[in-house]
Every structure is written in structure tokens, then in C-alpha cells.
Design a protein around this ligand. Sequence first.
Ligand SMILES: *Cc1c(COP(=O)(O)O)cnc(C)c1O
Length: 478
Amino acid sequence: MTGTIFDKGLHGRSGKYIPENDCPVDEALLPIQRKSSLGLPRIAEQGVIRHYMELASKNYHIDKGIYPLGSCTMKYNPVVNEEIARDNSFCGLHPAQDEADVQGALELIFNLQEALCEICGMDSFTLQPAAGAHGELTGIMIARDYFRERGEDRKFVIVPDSAHGTNPASVSTCGFTPVTLKSDERGMINPADLKEIISSETAVLMLTLPNTLGLFERDIGKIVKIAHDAGVLIYMDGANMNALMGIVQPGKIGIDIMHLNLHKTFSTPHGGGGPGSGPVGVREHLSAFLPIPGVVKKMDNFEFSWGSEKSIGKVHSYFGNFNVFVKAYAYICRLGAEGLREVSENAIINANYLMELVGRFYDVKYPGPCMHEFVASAVNLKEHGVSTLDVAKRLLDYGVHAPTVYFPLIVKEALMIEPVETEKKETLDSFAEIMEKISYEAANNPDLLHEAPVSTPVRRLDEAYAARNPDFRWHERK
Ligand SMILES: *Cc1c(COP(=O)(O)O)cnc(C)c1O
């Protein structure tokens, strides 16, 4: 039976067994005593459980099927890591406890900083930022203070049009002006184009790597040289490090600053509403600017370091979202260097395999080879009056989650697909088969696609209306 939990209630029914109050009532409180009922649903315990199970089964989630949400990496995150993070020896800590009493937690933070330095080839990491975009802001603040200290007045940050949408936003928030660099016909940065717009007023070149087309910059060596020759720092958006682990150490190819999304690559689901973590790594010349506190090892002890005077200060209360660190650390320890490399190799081979299959029925403007994701397009279905949105909605009827749509903006009718490393071949085959079926439906019965979804609990929603007029509250029907 559908309906809200209130609809399912019946007067007089109850799931609580609370004895009558036999304490004396304070007369003074009587005037403010509630006279009407609280209006809670009248439902017995079993009814409550069935109601929520029914809701849960309507929901689509990673335990149900593939979640090919490009750039958002809703991958399988080992449940054991959740268990470890929930252990009372972690959860029972208070962030204001004495350093001497939380040596284990500090050791974990320290070891995670070290592990991320190794994975990324950076010299130091801060774990403070709470998300990817927050890491970007932190990184750009570091660059700002670096140039301030050098007495250089640089105003511009070059952001390729294949970068993640948060990048130009972080740049502006920090007081710089973003300058767009158009990608070439390969979907990459052309060194000649970069040379043309870079100047002594450029502070940072901000790369998303792999870029949002799922491509690795082929000319990264030349790009780095051009930037460094102009005194420009190179920032790498490493949210999707699941394409590079064990294969590329960004610090070793000249990246000066980068962030990671622990809630993408390192065992915390993205899109779950938080908490997340967007650690920022820097090379040695920028270490002094990192936020405080970090954790250092002195002899056999771990302690907070309050950094240098150059530090940009704090960007989060205490030291960041500890619970996410625990999961990331457990993930890294369990997989080890070889396991992490395998994660990236599998992410890459899965994406390329799926690109090949989907590319038979949809446009793939930049055929790669790709890294962890690829961008297809439904532009070839336009002649039947079918859009990417129709395809995405029809996928729901087939019981799979839709990919990211209409992003990146440089591909018309974009379908940004990221299968992630944990999906098996059969799942990829069946996803591709569904995409094929939908392309036939588009040609033979386009109205079916315009109507979709037809089998979901709610049909096509007016998303703009829902965002502008949110209504979170249940109102009693009079
Ligand atoms: C997800 C993502 C971000 C933003 O991360 P949030 O944690 O959502 O702020 C930035 N860049 C890239 C490439 C991403 O995929």
C-alpha cells in the first residue's frame, strides 16, 4: 500500500508501551501543558518497519545496481570500512581530547597524510577541507598567499573548458578572475593555445585531470613547462584519482597543488549528503601555506603542528572529517600499492569497454582511449525528436540509474558515463544492451521515450519547480 505513514495510521493503534504517568504533576506547569495531540502517526511497530522497508525498496542505490554517474563516482564502497569507522574506539573520541589520550587517532591521521603524499607524489597534505570544492578553494588560497608573499600581483587563473564546474567558482570566490581555455578537437589542451593566453599576470593553471571528458592531457609535459616558465602554479583537480592511482604521481610530473575527493576514490560514497573530505596536497615550496593544524610525528609521539606564520589558517573546525579518514585509511591499508593500481586499471578498462559498446549506438565525439569515464551524446537521436533527458528517463524504466547528463557543457546532449572499477563484465554488457534498446525505441516509438519513466513511483518531475519551491513538510489533510 502506498501513501505516507500518516495515511497508514488508524486511531487508537500504537506501537508504544509507555506506562501511565504516576508522578505528581506540577500545578505550575498545567497552563503550558499540551492540550491537543502531537499528531504523530497511529501505527504499530510492524507497520512502521514495513513502511520504511517499502520506501527503501523504491529507492535506487548502489546495492541495487549500476550507478554510472560520470564524475560523481558512486562506486561500491566496502561495507567493512563503514564498520571500522563506526567502531567505538573511533566514534567515542572527542576532538578536543588531550593529544596524549588520542595517540591512535593522531597516528591514523598522520599515516593517511603520508599515504596520500606517496600516492600523489606530493610533499605534504592537509586533511582539513570537507569536500572537493572546499579543497579547490583551499588550494587557490594557498596560491594567493604564495604570490602575495613574493610580492607578485597576479590576477588570473586559467581554467580549461573541460574542467569541473566547481573550478571557476572556487577561483572567483577566492578573488581571482577565471580565464577560459578552449580545448582542441581532441578534447585536450593545445600547448600553443595555452602559450597564447598565459602571461605574467597568470597565477594558476587549474587542470582537471583526467578532464571531464575522461581524457588524460597528452601534452602534460609541455603544458607544465609553459606554465612553470611563466612562473605559474599548476593546480590539479584530482577528484577522480581513481583513474590514476599507482599509475601517475601528479607531484612527479610537475603539479604544485592538488586535491582529492576521499568521498569518491577512497571508500566514502559521493552524493550521500556528507560528510566528505577533500584533502589538499602541495609540493615543498608551498608546504608552509597549508592550513593548520596538521599532525606530525616527534620521536614516537604524534602531535598537532600549528604550522608556520605563512599558513592560510583554519578551513574547518578541529582537523576535518575524521570518520571519512578512517574509511580511506582502511581502504588504502587493505588494498596496498598493488591493489590501488588495480583499482585504477579496472576503472579504465571498464570505461573503455563500455565506451566501445555504447559508441555503436550513440555519438562519442572524443573516442579516447578514455580514463575512468567517457562522454557519449544522444545528438544522433535528435532526428527522431529524442533528447538526452528522454534517454536518461527511459533508463529508469529499465531499472538502472541514469548517467550524468548535459555535462560537460562542451558536448551537446552529453551522457557522461562512469562504470567504475567494481562492475563486472555482465553488468556492463546489460547496461549497453539497454542503451541499444533505447536507441531502437527512439527510432521506432519516440513517444514512449517522451513519456518515460512509466514504471517508477513518480513520473517525470518538474525539477526546476521542485528546486525553487521545496516542500519538505507533511500537512494534515483537513
Ligand atoms: C566531484 C568533483 C568535484 C567537486 O567535489 P565536491 O566534493 O562535490 O565538492 C570537483 N571536481 C571534480 C573533477 C569532481 O568530479
